[in-house]
Write a protein that binds this ligand. Structure first.
Ligand SMILES: Cc1ncc(COP(=O)(O)O)c(C=O)c1O
Length: 459
């Protein structure tokens, strides 16, 4: 008997959800079923997914920003095939792999001044954990400051700097000394930094959960305060870096010069989990400051050939296809057209974003009947109105989206950066249609609210 992945998939595709129910997460399988997301996707290409019946779906999540270049990009696919066929010695461990050196060189070229040493890891949380460890070691200080609503991953270290109660609850005690401050509150930040024991202040230049963008001078002032008190300034670019926000790094919008930057997600081209911490040379020198310390921090799969090849091919494609410019221009167009919908639909409270990370926030309607419907669904669970919008986008427009964080009425759009006018038109039309339909209590959008309320109350 030979192993055939194709045959295995053909034979078992129909068991996809039941396998998860039995072995992985019955809750996740059930959620997909309740909200009508329990599709059998069989193919992904570019910005689209196809199900077993041949229906096409526009993917506005891009694997949470993994597929910035779309799925199955031919150049990256070829690089993956080449990396396999070359049979180069992977993970020798007691050597210095060429591809890691080349990828490090390419990344450094794209960094703000001063960031020229790299550590490669596997996931976003892995990179952030690394940055926290390095900050503690380099400064000899114990504490970390982070922002309310922040999301930096879900390992124990990164959970300790998570700004969302829903994620943290029940997992305490977390690492000691982490302090949360509110975005745009410089006094609160300075109060913490002044204590003189803060190793690092970490920030997503645009927050992924909720797409919250700081006031114009907040980030530069944060950086200034960090310098003043000897605290390292870390920009977590895991989600908003790699061109997502219309610049290679989102922090370029404010001309920031962080001490450390974290990247992950689409660095692996949609094929391999790869992440990186890019830092000032002195930080790296302190951590690995002696020959005996050469392996004081490492991870088994860091610098692996497939990951490094994927990273190199990704950066090549970004340049060749002018992905950053595209993200900026297409994003600006989509943002402006979605924002224009506010004039016609009072329930759209705000449309914000940069490049192709866009948040659409909803608010209660003024008409009495509609307001009562909103109140009922929000009383069952905060953010449930937006779930109706997300479900409508899937059911009626075949678009994959998600509520943009726990308990918020925000849809977050993270499309692949390769979308164009066709997709922009389709997205705007879908939101316009759905918002028209929300005005009719007997219409399609509200039709599933009873079931959602029942499920929320029973869980
Ligand atoms: C800003 C940010 N940092 C870190 C992470 C964690 O990345 P991972 O899920 O790869 O561990 C995420 C994940 O969404 C993120 O958005």
């Amino acid at each position: 008997m030979t192993f055939s992945l194709t045959q295995l998939i053909e034979a078992r595709q129909a068991n996809q959800y039941s396998l998860h129910t039995r072995f992985i997460s019955p809750q996740m399988a059930r959620v997909q079923e309740i909200i009508g997301f329990d599709k059998l996707y069989t193919r992904g290409e570019g910005a689209y997914l196809w199900d077993a019946d041949g229906n096409r779906y526009l993917d506005l999540l891009a694997g949470f920003s993994v597929f910035n270049l779309g799925r199955g990009h031919p150049v990256i696919k070829k690089a993956m095939q080449e990396a396999l066929m070359l049979e180069r010695p992977n993970l020798v461990k007691m050597d210095c792999p060429l591809l890691a050196g080349l990828l490090a060189e390419e990344l450094v070229k794209r960094m703000p001044p001063g960031l020229e040493a790299i550590f490669f890891a596997n996931s976003g949380a892995d990179a952030v954990d690394t940055a926290l460890k390095f900050a503690r070691y380099a400064t000899k200080r114990p504490r970390i400051v982070f922002l309310d609503h922040a999301f930096h991953g879900l390992t124990l270290g990164t959970l300790s700097i998570n700004g969302g109660e829903a994620f943290r609850k029940g997992f305490e005690p977390l690492i000691p000394g982490a302090a949360m401050v509110a975005m745009n509150d410089l006094d609160a930040l300075e109060k913490e930094l002044r204590k003189g024991d803060v190793a690092a202040f970490i920030v997503e230049p645009i927050q992924g959960k909720g797409v919250y963008i700081p006031e114009d001078d907040y980030l530069p002032e944060e950086q200034r305060l960090c310098r003043k008190y000897g605290t390292l300034f870390i920009c977590d670019e895991v989600q908003v870096g790699m061109g997502r926000a219309g610049k290679f790094l989102c922090c370029e919008h404010w001309n920031l010069e962080p001490d450390m930057v974290t990247l992950a997600k689409s660095l692996g081209g949609g094929y391999v989990p790869v992440s990186a911490v890019i830092m000032r040379r002195e930080i790296n020198n302190k951590v690995f400051g002696h020959l005996k310390r050469a392996q004081v921090h490492s991870t088994t799969f860091g610098q692996n050939e497939m990951g490094m090849a994927a990273g190199l091919a990704t950066l090549y494609v970004m340049d060749e296809e002018k992905i950053i410019e595209r993200s900026a221009t297409v994003g600006a167009k989509l943002l402006a057209r979605l924002a224009a919908l506010k004039d016609h639909h009072e329930m759209i409270a705000d449309v914000r974003g940069k490049g192709l990370i866009i948040g659409i926030e909803f608010r209660p309607p003024s008409a009495l009947g509609l307001r009562a419907a909103w109140t009922a669904i929000e009383a069952a669970e905060k953010g449930l109105f937006t779930q109706l919008v997300v479900m409508s986008l899937m059911r009626d427009h075949r678009m994959l989206t998600q509520v943009g964080g726990p308990g918020v009425n925000i849809v977050k759009l993270l499309p692949p950066l390769i979308i164009g006018d066709e997709e922009v038109d389709a997205i705007v039309k879908a939101f316009d249609t759905i918002m028209h339909e929300t005005k009719n209590l007997k219409g399609r959008v509200w039709a599933t609210s009873g079931e959602l309320i029942k499920q929320a109350m029973s869980s």
